[in-house]
Design a protein around this ligand. Structure first.
Ligand code: NDP
Length: 507
């Protein structure tokens, strides 16, 4: 129990606290309130007032504030990267990259919100020529954003930045493992927007997230595991609150026979092992063409053996952020070996107390949990494909469908494979680069969730469309009146044939 000052709010002195610690050393970074429903509800109440103020500011003022925030983030990126490193364990350079991407997105959302969501005239139909029609996108009001720990800046900014740009206030619940980063983000925003608590934090464990889902927010944007996503959706169903779910993945990387193997190995290795594999779009499965399978595997193994994970700011990757994940990784690896999978690098003994060394397994049966379930660690399965079509079939035979990557030289074949992949994102001859193009959407299918952040779709997620018509003149053919002409039906029939009766299509 304890008292910790909370910006702009009141908290009970009986509120329990929890500590955020460095995964590498266990050293305490800070203590935070494990907020109860009452505190979450009070935060949402404050957000409601802030939401009206923020919406009334209008596009230009909001854009200036958001650009001010991104400039502040850019100036203090080193400080934030250091905190991300300490609290989450990833190398400082990786943290900086995450921040750089976040700033790009924030900039794009701020600059494009009016263009994408601004009110506009739309064409009426021929039957409604007498109407002037306008389409507008209004903010929901208060958006609840619940985030994971693996990308504590990039992941929330994908929702927070776009929701703010669309004119909403946000209540953000970061993961208990990366609360200090969440707090830093919210405090930095308050320096640019000091007037109202437009972006607030609620701190706590899973229960606080559940309380936010029940607090009457107008939309929930959840990023996290598929299991928790189901709970969030069930909770939201009680109040018919719309949800956006960005969930887990089991991404595949397809390497064709004509691929630049060094490039493919380099990208697949970083995609699999970077951030200790704790990336929703990590390369967890590689399907390499039979013709280059051995060569690809040899090169990948050689490069994987050179990695030096650890707790140093410049280690190849850091310790596992959440100790519980180690158990899942160990189970997947042991099961894959029992099923007949070959250990190429690492194996069971690579799974340490906190640091997991690179693990490369080959020829693992497709029905093993290591192939079907998210491992979320520095483990990659390399299996064979006959050709790209076979690879796509194997990639698609997954409960998940988040991202995928393709390596090869035949642009036509790669484009066809990209179209057939049942995923939300595809990267050709690179890994994850779609994340760096702010105009592109981010999101998955199947158990990877639904809804999109980023790009125009990401802005639309945080606004509701509204249509307004205004009669400009009385129509000669009044349709919606009990005193309409007796021959209205006949005239409509004639008009239908004239307007729509032809089989050909003209725009
Ligand atoms: P979790 O599902 O465990 O937690 C996500 C967030 O939900 C945390 O803030 C958590 O709080 C909170 N939470 C826990 N229980 C509830 C509940 N009942 N109601 C509401 N909120 C709750 O995920 P992780 O944090 O472990 O993140 C890893 C997962 O996220 C992986 O599956 C990964 O693939 C996925 N992910 C998906 C991304 C995407 O864009 N599709 C991007 C990044 C990650 P607390 O941590 O305090 O328990």
């Amino acid at each position: 129990m304890g008292v910790i000052p909370s910006r702009g709010g009141t908290v009970s002195i009986d509120t329990p606290t929890f500590q955020s610690t460095e995964p590498a050393t266990g050293e305490v970074i800070d203590s935070f309130l494990d907020m109860t429903s009452d505190e979450v509800n009070a935060t949402v109440d404050r957000a409601r007032i802030a939401a009206t103020w923020w919406a009334d500011l209008g596009w230009d003022a909001r854009r200036e504030r958001l650009l001010g925030w991104k400039a502040l983030l850019a100036r203090r990126a080193d400080q934030l990267a250091w905190l991300v490193h300490r609290e989450g364990g990833k190398p400082v350079e990786d943290a900086l990259l995450e921040i750089a991407l976040s700033i790009e997105h924030l900039t794009w959302a701020a600059k494009n919100a009016e263009k994408v969501l601004g009110e506009r005239r739309v064409k009426p139909s021929l039957l409604t020529m007498n109407q002037s029609a306008r389409l507008s996108y209004e903010p929901f009001g208060v958006v609840g954003v619940i985030g994971p720990w693996n990308y504590p800046v990039f992941t929330p900014v994908g929702s927070v930045g776009y929701a703010l740009a669309a004119g909403n206030a946000v209540v953000f619940k970061p993961s208990e493992y990366t609360t200090a980063v969440g707090q830093w983000m919210v405090e930095s925003f308050a320096q640019v927007v000091p007037e109202q608590p437009v972006l607030q934090i609620v701190t706590g464990r899973g229960g606080t997230g559940a309380a936010l889902c029940a607090a009457g927010v107008d939309k929930i944007s959840f990023t996290g595991s598929t299991a928790t996503g189901r709970k969030v959706m069930a909770a939201a169903a009680q109040t018919l609150t719309p949800v956006l779910l960005e969930l887990g993945g089991k991404d595949a990387c397809l390497v064709d026979a004509d691929a630049d193997l060094d490039k493919a190995v380099d990208a697949a290795l970083f995609g699999a092992m970077g951030n200790a594999g704790q990336t929703c779009v990590a390369v967890e499965r590689v399907y390499a063409h039979e013709a280059i399978f051995d060569e690809f595997l040899d090169k990948l193994a050689a490069r994987a053996r050179m990695l030096e994970p650890g707790s140093h700011p410049t280690s190849s990757y850091g310790p596992m952020t959440v100790a519980a994940q180690i158990h899942i990784i160990r189970e997947h690896v042991q099961h894959a070996i029992e099923c007949g999978g070959r250990v190429i690098v690492g194996g069971d003994e690579a799974v340490g107390e906190r640091v997991v060394h690179p693990i490369v397994l080959a020829d693992v049966p497709e029905n093993c949990p290591a192939v079907t379930d998210e491992s979320f660690g520095p483990v990659v399965i390399v299996n064979r494909m006959r050709d790209l079509n076979d690879g796509v079939d194997k990639a698609n035979a997954s409960q998940y469908g988040l991202g995928a990557s393709l390596f090869g030289s035949d642009r036509t074949a790669l484009a066809a494979a990209a179209r057939r992949l049942r995923t939300g994102m595809v990267s050709i001859n690179s890994w994850v680069m779609y994340a760096g193009v702010p105009a592109l959407p981010w999101g998955g299918v199947g158990n990877s969730g639904f809804g999109r952040i980023h790009g125009p779709d990401g802005l639309h997620e945080f606004a509701r469309s509204k249509g307004v018509v205004r009669e400009r003149f009385t129509s000669p053919l009044v349709l919606t009146s009990f005193s309409r002409r007796p021959d209205t039906g006949a005239l409509v029939s004639k008009a239908l044939v004239a307007l729509h009766g032809r089989r050909t299509w003209r725009s």
